[in-house]
Design a protein around this ligand. Structure first.
Ligand code: ASP
Ligand code: MG
Length: 401
């Protein structure tokens, strides 16, 4: 008997009809002789709506109370799905995150899972019940409710699959797999049969928007086999697994990330320690910096530019403004009108021609590159936001069409 963990996202359970659809999917897996644990997210836009509700009353509500509120979205979903399965007539039980044994670190709002005590879950599975678990939530050492950060139900599902040594963790969503590019604007985008954990990590963090980043990290660490599938259509999805089993294609995907802002420090003193001063200060405030360029110094001055997420921009600017004088910077400029466009592929290591080919595609499309960064499995460029989709199409055509 196999143990399958299935996860259904908010759009897959957004209304009664979709909940019934999920119920029949779950029952199908159960009737095939598997033990089934299901993790669900809050219905549709519930989490956003709850955040709005809180803001109406107190825009500065404590993170603890926000977690008490936000965790309710997933509790609605688990009970409704359990009722739907009861209606079909199979044994089922819903459990909150804490009933299912999720223990998290103390932080509210973005807690990491410390461990899962699976005794209750195993007892329920021994009784051949379908177990429905609320994603995105746990309990910290103060016995307070915590949530795992937006999109965190994926991570709940992978953590459960790891803790229960499940045979597979199936992530059901409104897309039917991982694509070579966003199919909404790249007509020639193709679904990938499989990707490696490292590739998926890059694709996830570069804006492919299919899986929560942390869930892929965890799947890699505990070697959980992931399948990304459609909750609506019955088609093969994409498997995320060990690299050796993955077809070695030079470039697997092209992504676009609009959640970037560029900051430029102009005319910083050109002496040792300035870059250190800037980036250690940002790191101390947990602001991660992505692409970086520093110009060659002229007349004892240099420019340093880098990108941060849009969310981190105000704080980064505030901190830098304070340090402006000790940096000797004349001006701090910033813009949100930029996007990061990247190519990802494990087979790209040591392949000299890839970057040139990418830049050629952009040149042919008359798109200017303002920053470049490379790693073993990806190359990223920063372009004007208005050019981003065109850039993705041009690069995709060059490598993958
Ligand atoms: N409902 C939560 C959110 O929207 C968690 C999730 O969907 O995974 O962020
Ligand atoms: Mg959601």
């Amino acid at each position: 008997m196999d143990l399958i963990v299935q996860k259904y996202g908010g759009t897959s359970v957004r209304d009664a009809e979709r909940v019934m659809n999920v119920a029949s999917r779950v029952v199908e897996a159960y009737d095939a002789g598997n033990n089934v644990v299901v993790v669900v997210s809050a219905q549709g836009d519930t989490t956003d709506d709850l955040i709005e509700k809180a803001k109406e009353i107190n825009p500065n509500a404590s993170k603890r109370e926000m977690d008490v509120l936000l965790s309710t979205g997933e509790q609605i979903s688990i009970s409704l799905l359990a009722m739907a399965i009861e209606k079909i007539g199979r044994p089922v039980i819903s459990l909150t995150g804490w009933q299912a044994g999720f223990k998290t670190e103390a932080t509210y709002g973005n807690a990491r899972i410390d461990r899962i005590s699976v005794d209750r879950l195993e007892k329920e599975l021994d009784k051949r019940r379908i177990v429905i678990v609320a994603g995105f939530q746990g309990l910290n050492k103060y016995d307070d409710i915590t949530t795992l950060g937006r999109g965190g139900s994926d991570t709940s599902a992978v953590a459960l699959a790891a803790a229960l040594h499940a045979d597979v963790c199936e992530i059901y969503t409104d897309v039917d797999g991982v694509y070579t590019a966003d199919p909404r604007f790249v007509k020639t985008a193709r679904k990938l049969d499989d990707v490696s954990y490292d590739e998926m990590l890059e694709l996830a963090s570069l804006g492919a928007n299919v899986l929560h980043n942390r869930s892929v990290e965890m799947a890699k660490k505990y070697n959980v086999k992931l399948a990304v599938k459609s909750s609506l259509e019955k088609v093969e999805g994409t498997f995320v697994k060990e690299v050796s089993q993955v077809e070695k294609m030079l470039v697997r995907g092209v992504t676009r990330d609009n959640d970037v802002a560029r900051i430029s420090l102009c005319d910083v003193d050109d002496n040792p320690g300035k870059a250190f001063q800037v980036f250690s200060m940002l790191a101390k405030h947990k602001i991660s910096v992505d692409l970086i360029i520093q110009s060659i110094g002229k007349e004892s001055k240099k420019d340093i530019s880098f990108t941060v997420t849009e969310e981190a921009l105000p704080e980064a600017l505030e901190l830098l403004e304070k340090d402006k004088d000790t940096l000797g910077a004349r001006e701090i400029k910033w813009t949100k009108d930029v996007s990061k466009v990247s190519i990802v592929g494990a087979g790209m290591v040591n392949n000299a021609g890839v970057a040139a080919k990418m830049f050629e595609a952009l040149y042919d499309a008359h798109i200017n590159i303002s920053m470049i960064a490379t790693s073993e499995i990806k190359i990223s460029v920063l372009v004007d936001r208005k050019d981003a989709e065109k850039a993705v199409v041009a690069i995709h055509d060059k490598f993958l069409a």
